[in-house]
Design a protein around this ligand. Sequence first.
Ligand code: GDP
Length: 364
Amino acid sequence: ALQAGIVGLPNVGKSTLFNAVSNSAKAQASNYRFCTIEPNVGLVDVPDERIAKLAELVQPDRTVPTQIEIVDIAGLVKGASKGEGLGNKFLANIREVDAVIHVIRCFEDENVLREEGAINPVSDKEIIDTELQLKDLDSVEKQIQKKEKQAKTDPKAKVELEVLQRCQAHLEQGKSIRALDLSKEDKSAVADLFLLTDKPVLYVANVDEASMHTGNKYSEALQKVAAEEGAEIIIMNNSIEAQISEMDDPDDKALFMDEYKMTEPALSRLIRSAYKLLGLNTYFTAGVQEVRAWTFHEGWKAPQCAGVIHTDFEKGFIKAEVIGYNDYITYKSEAAARDAGKLRIEGKEYLVKDGDVMHFRFNV
Ligand code: GDP
């Protein structure tokens, strides 16, 4: 599964958030599948109400959602790029993940130590951004040194060198690579550097209880800078989420969330957003045995999507029978959708859409 890593300064609520994640991973695991991989990695279900809606119609024996992995990357501090506080180890952990969840403190609490002075989400964000940018600058400069020689004789290396130099100039201005306008070819020149500031990011504004639904002046300030990057921010209270996740009894949980006027845990919103951030989509299979959600990447064609279920499905792919999610819900069954002409036969070139209900035909 693809991974999203939780980062942020100390005492902003990262572990609290990760505890919420791993508690819900454990709760889910008792239902059907294994869960925790390593102490700092949790495999969580991606909440998707469409599964329950399809299950209502199909009445399967079981339902199976998709999953992603959430990784707790504790220990980033100012100076990490210079090796401060095991900085290099944590930065290396970020290199492994596919997207970043950046937790930012937007709550006041004298009892929770803070070394950076008054609460300031914008400068907190900058501190982390700067560390990641410095680390990237390091990687880029090393690569420039390597390419400089090659570039004298090799035209391809020369092009790559130019891309690297653009990255260098951009990072030196205190900007992240994700904000640099690189073409697909340009990207391939830096792909093997796995630059930290190229990874997609979303922000968690960890606010106090009272601001859970409304946000506060801190989350508003963060919202503004996030919007400039086109990044999403999730306003939530991590302590409350951890408490919800600790409750085993569904009635207690419902009552507790009711008290806070919550219709679902904010964690569900976060997981769904992380899934999108990772560039992931879902198609469904709907049979009497199971209604199941499957993950595919944006832009995948039918055979590749079939391969998610089994490699044989991809190798022997003949065609796919497809009903769009809304059509399935409207006509209430495969047969009725077929009668209404809403079941399409698609071939190898079909670009699967999020929500498609698929049935693959293949040679064995
Ligand atoms: P980390 O260092 O980023 O992993 O931070 P922790 O999750 O360990 O949280 C640091 C402290 O802040 C702990 O004492 C938490 O109980 C507390 N904390 C976390 N989230 C909140 C919150 O939303 N509000 C308040 N008041 N305290 C919080």
